[in-house]
Ligand binder design. Structure first.
Ligand code: SAM
Length: 379
């Protein structure tokens, strides 16, 4: 079986979450770097991370990595890579790029050099200069970081966050991959009570339900590598079949969402139904200030509105004070809040946060404040 190196790309700060997911999927030999985790796989395993990774944005096939501070070096090293093993004679391919802290700063120039090198290589290998471009699609990426070029081909196609269930989203909806990561970081399991009192379009709770039901988040999605002859159709069929078999519909889930905006509540319900977990989450229209919690143990994961306009700060501070009032004497509750507002811990005074994780939400720096609750006494 041919071994390949795959790279799971993700939001900065989620390295340990993506790593844990890959280990759970059975991959070993992982290399973790900023925003990416590399791992070894058989070609026939390409469907697995695409179907199952919850917190990564896409899975790339790594073609090579080399030092390139001149266009000549970029051209020659790119051309030396075995493109013909992947890109068919009838393929359609595009090149995307990025450059960070590198001598070759013009992304457009790098893209066209790479395109030319790949075309040259394919022309030599296939003995033709005419390519019909009627076959499978490949997106090559040239990524330069401090003069090291990494060449990859995207196996995912559209981002893995596009799960397909979110027909209706709010202005400030979280990316599905980020919402899944917040849940994975919270020690949630299917027997625990989880609430989001500012649920917006329901993303956090829907991702929690998918986790609890062991539903592969991209079970029904299409991926770029589905059109590649190197990954047999049988591998996709088998991975999807296994994923369907793995779904666990037993037991009742304890997932509750509410929001002050009735349209958002309707959106959450529609989205949950589209994700196949409509019966697993109870959504209601409620102002957080009217919420009453009498259970001793539970988890709250939420991302409150983050006001930029002056007048909104008072309202937002009121929300923090309400959260504080709700949970200050409830040591059995774990509280997880994602916000860009660094003042949150000044208002939420139950304790100092047990952990603060710096993340990026839609390119804005945010913090994930984590306050661990006591676990119920097993006895
Ligand atoms: C940042 S959004 C949450 C987005 C959500 N995580 C998602 O992925 O769609 C904040 C939400 O808080 C809600 N909200 C604002 N004030 C509220 C209040 N007093 N009580 C309940 N919800 C409130 C807003 O309607 C908005 O949907």
């Amino acid at each position: 079986m041919e071994k390949v190196t795959l790279v799971a790309i993700h939001t900065f700060g989620l390295e340990s979450v993506v790593k844990r997911e890959l280990l759970d999927l059975g991959f070993s030999d992982l290399t973790v770097a900023n925003g990416r985790v590399e791992f070894q796989a058989d070609v026939t395993q390409i469907p697995l991370p695409n179907l199952w990774l919850r917190s990564a944005d896409r899975v790339l096939l790594k073609m090579g990595e080399f030092y390139a501070d001149t266009f000549d070096a970029l051209f020659e090293h790119t051309k030396a890579l075995p493109w013909e093993q992947w890109i068919t004679r009838d393929a359609k391919f595009t090149v995307t790029g990025k450059s960070v802290k590198s001598t070759l700063a013009s992304v457009r120039a790098c893209q066209s050099i790479v395109k030319k090198a790949v075309v040259d290589k394919l022309s030599e290998k296939y003995g033709t200069e005419v390519f019909p471009e009627s076959g499978p699609e490949y997106t090559i990426q040239v990524s330069l970081l401090k003069d090291t070029a990494t060449l990859t081909i995207d196996t995912s196609g559209q981002g893995l966050n596009r799960r397909g269930y979110r027909k209706l989203a709010g202005q400030a909806s979280l990316k599905e991959t980020m919402a899944a990561a917040l849940v994975l970081l919270s020690f949630y399991d299917k027997d625990r009570l989880l609430i989001d009192p500012m649920c917006g379009s329901g993303t956090i709770l829907i991702e929690a339900a998918l986790i609890a039901r062991n539903i592969a988040p991209n079970l029904n999605a299409d991926f770029a590598a589905m059109g590649w002859p190197q990954v047999p159709q049988r591998a996709w069929d088998l991975a999807r079949h296994d994923a369907r078999q793995a779904i666990d519909r037993t037991g009742e889930l304890l997932l509750f969402g509410s929001d002050i905006d009735p349209e958002m509540v309707q959106a959450s319900k529609a989205n949950a139904r589209a994700a196949g977990v409509g019966d697993d989450i109870l959504f209601e229209h409620k102002d957080i200030h009217d919420l009453w919690i009498d259970q001793q143990y539970g988890i709250v994961i939420s991302n409150p509105p983050y006001g930029v306009k002056l007048g909104e700060y008072r309202e937002i501070n009121q929300i923090y004070l309400t959260l504080n009032k709700m949970f200050r004497n409830k040591s059995g509750w774990s509280v997880y809040i994602l916000t860009g507002d660094k003042k949150f811990p000044d208002y939420f005074k139950r304790a100092e946060p047990d952990k603060v994780r710096k993340l990026f939400n839609a390119n804005i720096e945010v913090n994930y404040y984590q306050y661990f609750g006591e676990r119920p006494d097993r006895a």
